[in-house]
Structures are given as structure tokens and as C-alpha cells.
Design a protein around this ligand. Structure first.
Ligand code: NAG
Ligand code: NAG
Ligand code: NAG
Ligand code: NAG
Ligand code: NAG
Ligand code: NAG
Length: 267
């Protein structure tokens, strides 16, 4: 009997101790609870990104902005940013980049080529500066087919330097205009000219009188440059220069044309 009552007393003591410590716990926790609740207001969703506003703020992309608007790619990019989780990377040619193009380069392009040229500057994923070190070439741009002779865009890096090559243009990322978890905008000081639009197609030199179907069609001048290097540099340049001169002269007028003709792209 004695042992039982001792046992009961022990139980009662335990019970009281338990209640007391629970209460102590609650009284310790109690002050922490209201602030925790009060400190969690529903986070406001971030405002949708606006590529035009971002470029405008940076101040040296007026030509790019004009092109984005005339092709309505600005709206498409904004919608993409709002609707996709993959993010987006834009190589933004500065006004200097556009003004150092051969005169008329843009004006000789069709409306669709304007769209494609801009899409070539857009990668439909977010690539941070450090991720450039591990991306595999060629990058996939929104211009599509990244195969040789079409829309390949290659990057090489050394430290923080990011070099870009299109096969026609070599340039370097000169600054980060904007960067968050969804969008990266990098300044480039050359327009990235894709082979798919600007590659010299039928070489003009009289030596090549007729196209032979069995002749290499994948830009023989490029292949020659790769394998022969410096020795063929002069020939390479002249092959490039001729079509550029022709295309440039055709270009200016269409570009100075206001938006009217460009809207046809969307039809
Ligand atoms: C984006 O920004 C530009 C320039 O500030 C403005 O004109 C345009 O209305 C904005 N677009 C949207 C969808 O807010
Ligand atoms: C962004 O996407 C959300 C949800 O998909 C949609 O409700 C909203 O209207 C979109 N905003 C814009 C500016 O497109
Ligand atoms: C990048 O380009 C610069 C200038 O053309 C060149 O000096 C440098 O070696 C290049 N770096 C890489 C990693 O390609
Ligand atoms: C890009 O890189 C790929 C793979 O290294 C190579 O095959 C291709 O020739 C390169 N193209 C250009 C334009 O540099
Ligand atoms: C771009 O750089 C590559 C590798 O350095 C070189 O072979 C090629 O001639 C350059 N192309 C132009 C258009 O400068
Ligand atoms: C094209 O090349 C093939 C093989 O080299 C030759 O048989 C053919 O006659 C050539 N055609 C022309 C039009 O030169």
C-alpha cells in the first residue's frame, strides 16, 4: 500500500511537473507567436518586367528599342518573361553598335529578317555571367536553327570576359545592363550578324561562273579560313565585303520608313 501511494504521489508530481513545464514552454513561446504572424504579410507579386523600360533606363539603346517596337518583339519578350520560368537573356547592341554597321545594313532586310535578326540576340533561358563559362556552343537563340551557316552563336570566356562569335562578327560583352533571377541584359558594341541572313551566298568573283549542285554549299570561304588561317584572310574579306556593300545600299530606305510596312510581319 505504501509503495502504491508513493507511486501515485510520484505520478501526481510528474503530472503537475508536466503541466507546469508545458505552461512554461507556452509562456516562453507565447511572446514569439504574435510577431511571427504579424511579420508575414502576403508578399506582393513582383511587377511584370518591361524590356523597353529597362533599356530606356540604361539610356543608350534607342535604335534597339525602336526595332523591338516596330517588330512588336518588345511585347513578345514581356509576355515570355511573364509566362515562362526559364528566364531570358538579351544581348543588347548599343546605339554605337547600330551606327557602326555598314550604312543601309538594316534597310535592305525584309521585315521578317528584322524579326529574325532581333531574335538572334535573344536566348530563351537565363544565362548568368558565370554560367557562360559552362554553356555549350552553339547557343540556341530564338532565331532557331543553330547549325553551321544558319544561326550559330558561340561564346568563349576568359575570367569574366565573354566573347561572342557568330561566324561573321566577333565581339565582347561590355557590360551588364540588367540582371535578376529572370532576365539578363548584356551590352554588346556590335550588332550580332547571323550567317543565316548575312552570309555571302553566291560568291560574285567571275571564277565561279555557275553553281554546281555538288559544290560545297556550307560557306566555303569559312571553311577555307578555318583550315588555312591567315593565308586566306584577304580572299575571305573580299568575299564578305561585296555582298555587304550591295545589301547595305538597299537597306537604308526601308529602315527610315516608319512602322507601317513593319507591321505586316504580324499578318
Ligand atoms: C513598358 O515601358 C515603356 C517605356 O517606359 C512604356 O511605354 C510601355 O507602356 C510599357 N509597357 C507596359 C506593358 O507596361
Ligand atoms: C502575367 O501572368 C499572369 C499569370 O499568368 C497574368 O494573370 C497577368 O495578367 C500577366 N500580366 C501581364 C502584364 O501580362
Ligand atoms: C576575346 O576577344 C579578345 C579581343 O578580340 C581577345 O583578345 C581574347 O583573347 C578573347 N578571349 C577569349 C576567351 O576568347
Ligand atoms: C561554334 O562552336 C561549334 C562547336 O564548338 C563549332 O562547331 C562551330 O563551328 C562554331 N561556330 C562559330 C560560328 O564559331
Ligand atoms: C573571329 O575570331 C576567330 C577566332 O579568333 C577568327 O578566326 C575569325 O577570323 C574572326 N572573325 C572575324 C569576322 O573577325
Ligand atoms: C558538277 O560537278 C560534277 C562532279 O564534279 C560534274 O560531273 C558536273 O558535270 C558538274 N556540273 C556542272 C554544271 O558543272
Amino acid at each position: 500500500m505504501k509503495s502504491i501511494s508513493t507511486y501515485h504521489r510520484a505520478l501526481v508530481l510528474l503530472f503537475i511537473y508536466d503541466i507546469a513545464s508545458t505552461a512554461r514552454c507556452q509562456s516562453v513561446q507565447a511572446p514569439a507567436v504574435p510577431p511571427a504572424i504579424a511579420a508575414a504579410p502576403t508578399p506582393a507579386p513582383p511587377p511584370p518586367l518591361n524590356i523597353t523600360a529597362i533599356l530606356q533606363k540604361a539610356g543608350q539603346f534607342t535604335t534597339l528599342i525602336r526595332l523591338l517596337k516596330s517588330t512588336q518583339l518588345d511585347e513578345r519578350i514581356n509576355a515570355q518573361l511573364n509566362n515562362s520560368n526559364a528566364g531570358l537573356t538579351l544581348f543588347a547592341p548599343s546605339d554605337n553598335a547600330f551606327s557602326s554597321l555598314q550604312p543601309g545594313t538594316l534597310n535592305k532586310l525584309t521585315n521578317q529578317q528584322h524579326v529574325t535578326l532581333l531574335q538572334f540576340h535573344v536566348i530563351p533561358t537565363l544565362i548568368t555571367l558565370s554560367q557562360f563559362q559552362t554553356v555549350s556552343n552553339p547557343l540556341s537563340t530564338q532565331a532557331g536553327d543553330s547549325g553551321d551557316g544558319h544561326y550559330p552563336l558561340n561564346v568563349t570566356t576568359a575570367g569574366t570576359q565573354v566573347n561572342i562569335s557568330t561566324g561573321l562578327v566577333n565581339t565582347t560583352v561590355t557590360g551588364t545592363v540588367y540582371s535578376d533571377s529572370q532576365l539578363a541584359v548584356y551590352q554588346v558594341d556590335k550588332v550580332l550578324l547571323p550567317l543565316g541572313i548575312f552570309r555571302p551566298t553566291v560568291p560574285a568573283p567571275p571564277a565561279k561562273a555557275e553553281k554546281n549542285a555538288s559544290a560545297p554549299s556550307e560557306g566555303p570561304s569559312l571553311t577555307t579560313l578555318d583550315s588555312a588561317g591567315v593565308s586566306s584572310g584577304v580572299e575571305w574579306e573580299s568575299l564578305l565585303a561585296f555582298p555587304f556593300a550591295v545589301s547595305v545600299s538597299l537597306f537604308v530606305m526601308e529602315f527610315l520608313n516608319p512602322l507601317g510596312s513593319l507591321f505586316e510581319v504580324e499578318n
